[in-house]
Design a protein around this ligand. Sequence first.
Ligand code: HAM
Length: 485
Amino acid sequence: MGTAGTGTTTRARQAGTRSTTTPAAPAAPSTTTRDRTTEPPPRTAAAEPDSYTRRVSPSSPIRAARGVRDILPGERAAWALVERAARETALRHGYQEIETPVIEPVELIERGVGSDSDAGGKELYRLEPHGEQDGREAGEQRSRLVLRPEATAGIVRAYFEGGLNQGPQPVRLFTLGPMFRHDRPQAGRFRQFYQFDVEVIGDPSAAYDAEVIEVSWGWLAGLGLEGLTLDLNSIGDHTCRPAYLERLREYYGPLRDRLHPDCQRRFEENPLRLLDCKEARCQPFKAGAPKITDHLCAPCAAAFEEVKSLLDAAGLEYRLDPFLVRGLDYYTRTVFEIQHEALGGAQNALGGGGRYDGLAAALGCPDTPGVGFAGGIDRVVTVLEGERGTVQPAAAADLVVLPMDEGLDRAAAQVGRLGRQAVPTAVDYSRRSLKAKMRSADRAGARRVAIMNSDEAARQVVQLRNLVTGEQSEVSWDDLPGALR
Ligand code: HAM
């Protein structure tokens, strides 16, 4: 699978201009349709101009936006495998599926994920307000909308909005779906990517931290992946973290001018993220920085011990990484990431998560603890195929019905219905030769074809041919489902 970055570099673009011409489109039947085809794609405030201003002319077909891609049927098999494993793992552990919208109010993300974080700040896809009347008509307060960069804040919102906080606690939830971050596209990093997300909301026990780790690890190990590593840390809470941050500032203060400019900014805005720095020039400083695990308050230290001992009991090996802080602002106490050796480093985890006991309150909801994890499906598919080779997609149809003469569409459709009682069945209605139809069915991976001329259609029989063995026999329509089973 190529990366979106490389895939788009050769595409024709005309930065800075917006074309309103339409590429060799068929004549539009109505004004409404024509408007839709000629309108340029919606513009988002954070999008780069070149994402949607590429040249549109009959000689350059419209391509996907930069940093996004299609998952074609040939690749979908691996995705389906990964998603099925995710769903089965979650359901087996008693998690229930939830869907939340991909558009959310900007405040949810800015207050939840944090407007200082990359995902909740500069990488956020902001939608343009949709016209003055929007919201007003319904008497609602107008809210700016964004494309969700992650699922946790939306799920916590839904937990309260949907009254899940009123039922038995904690509530175990999972979701699978697309997320959006306007980052620079590169290997393993897309602007639309897919996550498997699990959350346990409503109980502060550290045992749930360990459970979430076990679920995430179980998903990946259950796929047969090797080369996985679990990194673990605690980043304290509102009681112990402020004092630790003070120590961090004291330590980094005299070094400030020697830090990378990004880290100079982090020093001001979010010193914990100094520990996340990957710049070579900052590494020697980082190595000597105070470790948060040496400065945890007693309850945070006890919770961390509990998580570790539960992971030990589960036989899960982990690496303690005192510099693991994660990129989103809402975490308290446990944070973890699962790496894969093929992805090359901490910027490219397969997944990560942690506890977020302050998130609900930050969203204006009653103070409620939670812990969760999200895995990047795009990356899991890549490493899975790297380890196991391409996952072969199943053939679209096991049986293809091949009418030989004109005027047999109705009979062929009926045979198709009968075939479908037993196996996935398609009908080739094209006006090609039988030879061409047979070749096409074979190339599409069908195992059998049901051939029928006008005489056979009148007698309600087909010639059922096995494309693998070459065996062929006449079968009546009525007997077809049985013969296929
Ligand atoms: P995150 O670490 O931001 O955490 O994302 C989780 C995973 O999503 C990453 O480890 C990576 O595999 C994948 N991912 C993130 N950005 C991209 C991208 N641009 N392209 C491809 N894959 C990507 C969260 O999102 C938290 N909500 C996790 C969580 C749930 N914490 C508590 N509950």
